[in-house]
Design a protein around this ligand. Structure first.
Ligand code: 5AD
Ligand code: FES
Length: 350
């Protein structure tokens, strides 16, 4: 296994069958070595820096019915909310004072926010905070819509592919098309966004073969960001009694992605912090270099419940900001409050 890890470290690639061999055969000692190599790689490009992004969950209305997700359209127990333009701007104001220079606008696929409304939101934020990056995470849209948001000033777009296995994808996304999801990611890249893909770990019926497909897809797409988190069941979904993904598997996959895409921006996710009190620290130690604390108003926090037990739902933005700074420091990393663009967009690498 060490030989495979060394090869991956040197070449930033492995064949599918080697990735599968690694995933199936890796033992405790190899895992320590893999994470060490991932950490070494992140240090080469980003030093000890951890970038922060302020996350604004602005609507939990959603027209889709992803089987795993707590805010799926069919969940009649979900208490729905939408933030107004002024509320969103207030979140940005709070965030700016706390030092954030990236705002991530995330929501369900909510038709209430027409392209015109989104363009207005983006323009207003950019106008008030020209030194900040705007990241959107609004799901699947047409090429034209993505283009309009980009022209209005959006810099980045997060759209996890969720799983790169068509069969599994379509099973857990009733009525949705795998091809369309993948096409959206290519469209976003073509338009010029810094693009984030990513997947969940430990979904019901997910196998090592599926993870190999995820890793291969990421290597082909070459996204600038990759979001990986454990699946966690939600009480109002058909997956309520399923087991959650593990910290171990999630951190192995984070380390593998760091080695496959050495300069990628890799968040240590809230879901990882939910299944383990020091899960986010463990993510950083496996090669992650981004954390996205919550900036949403406290009174809506618990309503953006994608899964059960989500952390930080009772904490003010300032509390999360301080909490995360302490955690990052304690884990031996340093906070970086710049925009934190991908190296390809900050002029450091061609
Ligand atoms: N467990 C873990 N992650 C989830 N997401 C949605 N529902 C769950 C869940 N039950 C993730 C999806 C989505 C991101 C915003 O949250 O990967 O892309
Ligand atoms: Fe929110 Fe720790 S990051 S309370």
């Amino acid at each position: 296994m060490k030989r495979l890890i060394d090869k991956l470290y040197k070449q930033n690639n492995l064949e599918d069958k080697e990735l599968l061999e690694l995933l199936k055969g890796i033992n405790e000692e190899d895992i320590v070595y893999l994470k060490l190599k991932a950490l070494e790689t992140r240090k080469k490009y980003y030093g000890d820096k951890v970038f922060l992004r302020g996350l604004i969950e602005f609507t939990n209305y959603c027209s889709r019915n992803c089987s795993y997700c707590g805010i799926q359209a069919g969940n009649k127990y979900a208490k729905r909310y939408r933030l107004t333009l002024d509320q969103i701007l207030e979140c940005c104001e709070t965030g700016y004072i706390l030092g954030y220079r990236t705002f991530v606008l995330q929501g369900g696929e909510d038709p209430y926010y027409s392209d015109e409304k989104m363009v207005e939101i983006i323009k207003q934020i950019k106008n008030k905070y020209p030194d900040c990056a705007i990241t959107l995470s609004l799901g699947e849209k047409s090429y034209e819509s993505y283009k309009k948001y980009y022209e209005a000033g959006a810099d980045r777009y997060l759209l996890r592919h969720e799983t790169a296995d068509k069969e599994l994808y379509e099973k857990i996304h009733p009525g949705a098309s795998f091809e369309n999801r993948i096409q959206c990611l290519w469209n976003l890249k073509e338009i010029g966004y810094q693009v984030g893909a990513g997947f969940m770990v430990g979904l019901p019926n997910q196998t090592y073969e599926h993870y190999v497909k995820d890793l291969r897809f990421l290597k082909e797409l070459e996204p600038h960001m990759v979001g990986i988190g454990p699946f966690i069941p939600h009480k109002d979904t058909i997956f309520r009694d399923e087991k959650a993904g593990t910290v171990e598997m999630t951190t192995i996959l984070l380390a593998l992605v760091r080695l496959l895409l050495p300069t990628v921006l890799l968040p240590s996710t809230t879901a990882l912090g939910t299944i383990d009190p020091i899960g986010r620290e463990k993510g950083l130690e496996a090669g992650a270099n981004v954390i996205m604390p919550n900036l949403s108003p406290v009174d809506v926090r618990d309503k953006y419940a994608l899964y059960d037990g989500k952390i930080c739902t009772g904490d003010e933005a300032a509390e999360c900001r301080m909490c995360i700074e302490n955690r990052i420091r304690k884990a031996g990393f340093t906070l970086d409050l710049s925009r934190g663009d991908h190296l390809m967009f900050s002029g450091a690498v061609n």
